[in-house]
Design a protein around this ligand. Sequence first.
Ligand SMILES: Nc1nc2c(ncn2[C@@H]2O[C@H](COP(=O)(O)OP(=O)(O)O)[C@@H](O)[C@H]2O)c(=O)[nH]1
Ligand SMILES: [Mg+2]
Length: 495
Amino acid sequence: MNFLPTLRELNINFTRKIFLRYASESTIFNLSSGYGKCGVSVIRVSGPQTRDTLRAIVSKNFVPKDRYATLRSLYHPVTNEMIDKGLVIWFPGPNSFTGEDSCEFQVHGSLAVVEAMFDALGSIPGLRLSQPGEFTKRSFFAGKLDLTEVEGLADLIHAETEAQRKQALLQSTGSLSKVYKNWRERLIKCVAHMEAYIDFAEDENIEDDLLEKLKTELLSLRENIQNHLNDHRQGEILRHGVRTTIIGAPNVGKSSFLNLMCQRKVSIVTPIAGTTRDVIESFHNICGYPVLFADTAGLRTLTDDVVEKEGISRAKDRIGKSDLLLLIVDATELSKRKITNKAFFEGFKEQYLKELGITTDLLSETSLLVILNKVDLISSEDLEKLKNLDVALVSCLTTKMENLFQKMEDKLKYICSQPTADNPRLTNSRYRQELISCSNYITVFLDNYTTNPNQDLAIAAQTLRKAVKCIEKITGNVSTDDILDVVFRDFCIGK
Ligand SMILES: Nc1nc2c(ncn2[C@@H]2O[C@H](COP(=O)(O)OP(=O)(O)O)[C@@H](O)[C@H]2O)c(=O)[nH]1
Ligand SMILES: [Mg+2]
């Protein structure tokens, strides 16, 4: 039996088709790294005129060696004035980043040199400055990267912490792409089998248990997708930053804690209860994880102040949107109540949260770390006893932080997890939406198939094709200009 027509039809490399449509005559250039007062600036050129560009800038007889750095004098093609001496590298297509002929000029990093180079390149007819993301877009259309790799690359460029860098690097080098490609191929096979069944059901050569096998495969595939989706949004949180809210009663030192983390006076600190009213945010790299701290109004149930009430309402709203809550408690409160063992402490925590008006539904999806502040006010004996509890001990006044970073790192690791090449994390809500739809189409197929064996098989096959489309929208195998616009919009110029 020949499945080839179906497979070929589904497997058309749309990307290449689009590339042919998009491939322009234009050669683009831009600064890809370094700017003003940097040691080196790298200016990249890509497109059909790259070889001519090298001749125009270096010399008429210049014969570049593939992927080999050579030190050359660089000239303005109109004035023939020497601009700089720098390294020139020639990357012939198709084995270049963009798939086209490209080259790099590594010049001295001053603004004046870069401007003179831009003027020189701009004077060559047919050359123009690239748009943000245009080099990567060409790479995508040349089939060098799929959309998940493109988005991983954008994340790598924007990564602010070590954990984000690791996740982005894995994605940009194809870890997610591999998973989604595999699911797409498995689904395509299912469609092909389904169509074979429709076409050749009467044929005696068809395997009897073809539909049974199909069902087993789709159940297993759906389970893989579900497991990938049930990730507590770890990859997305790491990508966007862990929303961390500092909460507690008035005057326990919440604002002092934010200032200590930021090493500057972001939030106003006074001994007057109810000083902080708005939610004050500040982004920080904590142990390699991106943390978006929010200082909030002190929580108390008894207040008539309208502004403070609004502050408390904003704080609660923020609690509901947090990934991590830092509950600041005055350490003297615990030593006063003689709470030194774990069981008592758990009871205290529950009661204390209730007193603050924090209900369990607000906490359901959120991790909580208790931070005992003002340890400078308790005896060293009491401090020793508090060390038995699962808390971080700090003094914002003396800046003493016993075990704070270890405790924070444990929580952050748990919230973001450690992505690995074998188990890459879902990092993007766009992928989540498409995978949910994909899984739903598989469910529709399985439900209809199992409950109604007489269903229209052509419609069933169509449902599976829709499931394939969902995955193709993630990786960019289909022509969806609206998705491409969103993906490339956030790239920086020169990449
Ligand atoms: N002794 C002591 N006082 C502190 C400490 N942290 C904050 N305070 C004081 O507690 C008061 C309330 O601090 P603030 O940060 O405004 O508390 P918030 O209302 O929870 O934001 C201020 O007078 C701070 O100087 C600490 O570690 N030790
Ligand atoms: Mg405050």
